[in-house]
Ligand binder design. Structure first.
Ligand code: ATP
Ligand code: MG
Length: 560
């Protein structure tokens, strides 16, 4: 993006960056960062932040760092560090050689804290956490000074050094900023900068037993890395004065600027990492990458493409106002993308046997089938046809309602890429269940068209019974049964978990699917998009339903 381009179509952040670049702030340089805490897997909300940070950097020919905010060893883990890197790469972004950790700066952060103490801007408090909360005041009442607030600089330096040396137990001392206990902004009432945690850190081991707080560490990390625009979500708006206050101790010609945007909220799911962790730990789902999770790894396993997620992030845009985005928009983006790229295949999820009485016993014809009508370069494949095929149970009605155009007694329909067939007889078992249809085919209709020009109103997918392979299909529905499970805080959001969010079936698949590699995606004709799950083994394919196709009949029926 050149700076002469108009700013009309830009979101407010890019508009602001454009102005900064024009004004020569930071020498026209643009540097952003994506700063996840490695305490969980990334979710679709993080994708919004990733697309914004890496996207803006690309637009302005700047850089974007990946920085792990690993300041809380109790909750963090290398498993998360690795999954986060995988997910950012998978989404299509690259931090090149700019991978950083907050823990890289522990010494520098400590040194700045010493400078703050020396400047009389920080002190060691010996109140308990409980007391500190009490002294903080409320939104309507000012706080009160801690009795330890006026310790001498010498005493503070000594105590802070001893905190670092491990002389005190967890919770017995904190380092606090010395700002203003009467500030209308609670974040400015002498916020905690350091706390004691005798815990091993996944990178620094036992070298440290005091750890910096996010609000203290973040602005300094940004300044050290030369970040120009520090983009974060709206809940940090009230922390911005603290961000700027901390930066005063760091001598930098052009300090980074914090800019807040609205976080993404998506319907029928939860996005807080704490809740996602609970879903995993309490086994509501099979893991962080369960295809029902709103995590990047869950979506990947489900068959979503990085392109569709990036497209979604572009469509939702970046604004200052929070709202709830309909998950249907995300599903739309996935369908759009997969329609273009996913090869078609035939699979029957609820098989009904069809015997074509006038088709020669033992004969097999290989039907030439187009792999993707949207993409001629995807070529064709051979699909075997024989005397007995499976169709979907749903595609037959003994007593068809109005507007039901699929197979029914005496009716002719098309088997896709094969022949026109007519239903002659319905076979039932002792309980009255339909177990088989007896049909005839018209040998002159190979390929699906009648030479006499007669039309049929439905085209069904099918699989040759003798060639079909069995495959496990996992059909996912929304993980929650309500739009916003977290809306009512008085109710436990877990009570809204949809008990029917996973249905497993054994489907009949066309034989070409036997060799489908994990991760590959298909459109099962007339059913939906499916992706091969990593649980797949030789002879035991497992497919995840990525997203359904729009089903016009289901819509008519739902309307009543
Ligand atoms: P939680 O508070 O649920 O643990 P977090 O938002 O603090 O999660 P981080 O790992 O700190 O998680 O987030 C990294 C970056 O992603 C932050 O800059 C944060 O603002 C951004 N982010 C997190 N959730 C969302 C969201 N729903 N929409 C947009 N950006 C988000
Ligand atoms: Mg955070």
């Amino acid at each position: 993006m050149s700076t002469s381009e108009t700013t009309e179509s830009l979101d407010f952040i890019r508009t602001l960056i454009t102005e900064d670049v024009r004004a020569g702030k930071h020498g026209g340089r643009v540097a952003t960062r994506f700063p996840p805490e490695p305490n969980g897997y990334l979710h679709i909300g993080h994708a919004k932040s990733i697309c914004l940070n890496f996207g803006a950097a690309t637009d302005f020919r700047g850089t974007c760092n990946l920085r792990f905010d690993d300041t809380n060893p109790v909750k963090e883990d290398v498993e998360y560090v690795e999954s986060i890197q995988d997910d950012v790469h998978w989404l299509g972004f690259d931090w090149q050689d700019r991978l950083f950790y907050a823990s890289d700066y522990f010494q520098k952060l400590y040194d700045y804290a010493v400078l703050l103490i020396q400047a009389g801007k920080a002190y060691v408090d010996s109140l308990t956490a409980e007391e500190i909360r009490e002294y903080r005041g409320t939104l309507t009442e000012p706080g009160r000074d801690s009795p330890y607030r006026n310790r001498s600089i010498g005493e503070n330096l000594d105590l802070f050094r001893r905190m670092k040396a491990g002389e005190f137990p967890d919770g017995s001392r904190v380092l606090r900023a010395r700002i203003d206990m009467a500030s209308p902004n609670i974040n400015m009432r002498d916020p905690t900068l350091y706390r004691i945690r005798h815990a091993s850190h996944h990178r620094t081991g036992d070298a440290w037993c005091i750890y910096p707080m996010y609000d203290y560490a973040h602005p300094i990390e940004d300044a050290i890395e030369g970040v120009t625009h520090s983009l974060c979500t709206l809940e940090y708006e009230a922390h911005r004065p603290l961000y700027d206050w901390v930066l005063e101790i760091v001598e930098t010609p052009a300090p980074p600027q914090q800019i807040e945007f609205a976080r993404l909220n998506l319907s029928y799911t939860v996005m807080s990492k704490r809740k996602l962790l609970q879903l995993v730990q309490e086994k509501h789902v099979a893991g962080w990458d369960d295809p029902r999770m709103p995590t990047i790894s869950g979506f990947r396993r489900r068959g979503y493409t990085p392109e569709s997620i990036r497209d979604f992030c572009e469509r939702i845009g970046v604004a200052k106002k929070e709202n709830l985005i309909d998950v249907a928009l995300l599903e739309y983006c996935v369908r759009e993308d997969l329609n273009r790229r996913a090869p078609r295949a035939m699979a029957v999820l609820d098989p009904l046997r069809v015997v074509i009485e006038n088709y020669p016993e033992g004969q097999v014809e290989d039907m030439d089938v187009v792999n993707n009508p949207e993409d001629p370069s995807a070529g064709t494949r051979q699909v075997p046809f024989s005397r007995v095929v499976y169709i979907e149970q749903d595609d037959f009605r003994e007593d068809p309602p109005k507007k039901f155009f699929r197979l029914a007694p005496g009716r002719e329909v098309r088997l896709r890429n094969a022949y026109l067939i007519t239903c002659r007889e319905v076979v039932k078992d002792a309980s009255g269940q339909i177990v088989e249809l007896r049909c005839t085919y018209d040998p002159a209709t190979r390929g699906g068209d009648a030479p006499d020009g007669r039309k049929v109103k439905a085209t069904l997918h099918w699989v040759s019974a003798q060639h079909a392979i069995d495959g496990e299909v996992r059909l996912y529905d929304r993980l929650f049964s309500v739009e916003n499970p977290s809306e009512d805080e008085a109710k436990d959001w877990r009570t809204f978990v949809n008990p029917k969010s996973l249905e497993v079936k054994t489907a009949k698949l066309e034989p070409s699917l036997a060799s489908a590699a994990p991760g590959s995606r298909f459109q099962f004709e007339r059913i939906g998009y499916f992706a091969v799950d990593p649980d797949t083994t030789a002879g035991n394919p497992v497919f995840n339903r990525t997203v359904t196709l729009k089903d016009s009949w289901a819509k008519i029926e739902a309307r009543g």
